[in-house]
Design a protein around this ligand. Structure first.
Ligand SMILES: [Fe+2]
Length: 391
């Protein structure tokens, strides 16, 4: 017994309808017979027919037209066409329009039953395949939603992690600046010295094409260059008279003290090379190792120039500041001896206005303007943290 039994028979000849209905009924189907396409469409609106068996030659709407309407309005209904021998072309057209099969009159009744069974089987496979496709699409939709959900959670985690890192970074940098300011006070250097040398160094570093991380290392190394003076006694560091050679020997150790202090701190390890070598000279006459040229890290070569420039252009207890012009001449004199010529040339390429702007900025900030924060997007806002810009 077929599972799907409702077959719509459409034929304008009563005798054919009777034969077909009887045969289909005896084969286990539940045929409904109508005499034209209009009635067929009415019946189809009332119930679902998995298969229509339709004549081609009919008055009014012919079988081909009916086929087209069924294909567009009821795409899951299979249509088997019946045609006269003389109308073979119409049968071919029917197949082109999507008929499942066609039978030529006079037909063999067993052939009709077989054709309907085939049409039903083909329809069942199509529906099953579509169901499988829909299931797959649903599966993909569900999995995509799950993946999106997981991604959103990951993004949230990354956001929170970055925020925490930014906050740690701010804490690190604030601590470094406080330490450096304390050192400046103890060392009696001119107010704002550390801030200026960091900013000058960054200008030169950028002009030399250093990338973000190297600029960070440069800023930290420059800021902490004299951190080792913590280990130098006040009696030497603050001595109002000229140091003896023994005292100088002690003073010179500050570069190694500083280096050793920073070595144990992972995020300052790279900066420690600048601290160790900030008193080296390009010609090898500096200390502690008498390194020359490229043996000296670039950060220390940059620092040598900006430190000299800042010392000369600010008042000292024992002398007034030199003019900018005099300071520049001195730096030019040190080209190739005290200083790296490439860095000197880079220094001179930067507009003088830059240096005076930095001096004014630092003087105006009175240590409140963090050198580790840019002027545009700096502070970490609790609600909406921006990536910390170090320089
Ligand atoms: Fe120093």
């Amino acid at each position: 017994m077929p599972e799907e039994k409702d077959i719509l028979v459409v034929d304008d000849e009563p005798i054919i309808r009777d034969i077909l209905v009887r045969k289909l009924t005896s084969s286990g189907y539940r045929p409904v017979a109508v005499e034209n396409a209009f009635e067929a469409l009415d019946k189809m609106r009332e119930k679902t027919f998995p298969v229509i068996l339709s004549d081609i030659m009919m008055p009014g709407i012919d079988g081909i037209e009916l086929l087209k309407k069924v294909r567009s309005g009821y795409p899951d209904t299979a249509v088997v066409m019946i045609t006269a021998v003389s109308n073979a072309n119409a049968a071919i057209e029917a197949l082109k329009e999507g008929a499942s099969d066609y039978l030529i009159k006079p037909f063999n009744l067993e052939e009709i039953v077989m054709s309907i069974a085939n049409a039903l089987e083909k329809r069942r496979l199509i529906l099953e395949n579509r169901g499988y496709q829909e299931h797959l699409e649903e599966l993909v939709r569900v999995q995509t939603a799950e993946i999106r959900g997981l991604l959103a959670i990951e993004q949230q985690k990354t956001f929170q992690l970055n925020k925490a890192l930014d906050e740690i970074q701010v804490t690190y940098n604030t601590t470094l600046e406080a330490l450096s300011t304390a050192l400046d006070y103890r060392d009696n250097v001119t107010e704002g010295h550390s801030q200026r040398v960091v900013k000058y160094s960054i200008e030169i570093g950028k002009a030399l094409g250093l990338k973000d991380y190297d600029l960070e290392v440069l800023a930290r190394g420059t800021l902490l260059h004299d951190i080792g003076k913590i280990g130098v006694p006040d009696s030497i560091l603050r001595k109002p008279a000229i140091l003896t050679s023994e005292e100088w020997g002690e003073m010179r150790k500050h570069v190694e003290y500083g280096y050793r202090m920073l070595q144990g701190i992972p995020f300052l390890k790279d900066a420690s090379s600048i601290v160790l070598h900030h008193q080296e000279r390009y010609d090898g006459a500096g200390y502690p190792q008498g390194l020359k040229r490229d043996e000296i890290v670039i950060g220390a070569r940059i620092f040598a120039i900006v430190d000299t420039y800042d010392s000369m252009t600010t008042d000292r207890p024992y002398r007034k500041a030199l003019t900018d012009k005099d300071a520049r001449e001195e730096i030019l004199l040190g080209r190739n001896s005290q200083f790296d010529p490439v860095v000197v040339d880079t220094f001179f390429k930067i507009p003088e206005q830059k240096w005076s702007t930095i001096k004014e900025d630092v003087a105006g900030s009175k240590y409140n303007n963090s050198i580790f924060r840019s002027t545009d997007k700096t502070a970490v806002n609790e609600k909406d943290p921006v990536p910390l810009k170090l320089l």
